[in-house]
Design a protein around this ligand. Structure first.
Ligand code: MLT
Length: 205
């Protein structure tokens, strides 16, 4: 998959996996990585699917209606890519924290739904429930930060509550940060994600 890899200064810090929104590229979320964990290595990946020229991580049939067969196929493709990238760049495959926005948050959620140990933690900006009716793997000890909009017309609050319940029932430790800026990825929610990351992944002196 097309991607950018940036070696960090602290090899034991989690590697950040950046996953952009619909129409984005692997450049979009690099500034977020600098705010959340500047010492981390970063792998930022472009979605392999094009919708009218806009990169995405999986196909959809309409706004909010996902092509589930493609979602499952693409989730495996991304998981396999992370395995290969870990071998190629020499990072610890079991030490990955995703940062995803919108469509990127949805594929990150799908990794959590399908592959045990695929992510050590996740920051999901405006995610939806990727798919329903599947048994999730054991997510005990996996912290997940969700930033959501009370007035988000795409990821409505009920989706956030449903996603929280599905992840929590599988053992994940979910924190939700609510704002009122619709579907926008705001600076204040990135700051909240950075504070959450500090408290979950940065060892206290
Ligand atoms: C999606 O995955 O389709 C998102 O939730 C909405 C979007 O990316 O526009």
């Amino acid at each position: 998959m097309k991607h950018i890899y940036k070696q960090g200064t602290n090899e034991s810090a989690p590697v950040l996996v950046l996953l952009h929104g619909t129409g984005g590229t692997e450049n979009d979320l690099l500034p977020l990585a600098e705010i959340v964990s500047p010492e981390s290595s970063v792998i930022s990946i472009r979605g392999n699917v094009l919708e009218n020229g806009m990169p995405r991580y999986f196909r959809r049939l309409a706004e909010g209606v996902f092509d589930i067969e493609d979602l499952i196929f693409r989730t495996k493709e991304l998981n396999d890519f992370l395995d290969q990238a870990a071998a190629e760049y020499g990072f610890d495959r079991s030490n990955l924290v995703a940062i995803g926005y919108s469509n990127g948050a949805n594929i990150a959620g799908s990794l959590l739904f399908h592959f045990e140990g695929s992510l050590k933690g996740a920051i999901l900006h405006h995610p939806m429930v990727p798919l329903r009716g599947v048994k999730l793997p054991d997510l005990s000890g996996v912290p997940v930060f969700i930033a959501a909009g009370e007035n988000d017309p795409i990821c409505v609050p009920q989706e956030t509550e449903d996603l929280n319940k599905l992840l929590s029932d599988a053992g994940a430790d979910v924190s939700i940060h609510w704002e009122r800026f619709g579907h926008r990825l705001t600076a204040s929610e990135v700051d909240a994600a950075a504070a959450w990351y500090q408290s979950h992944f940065v060892a206290q002196p």
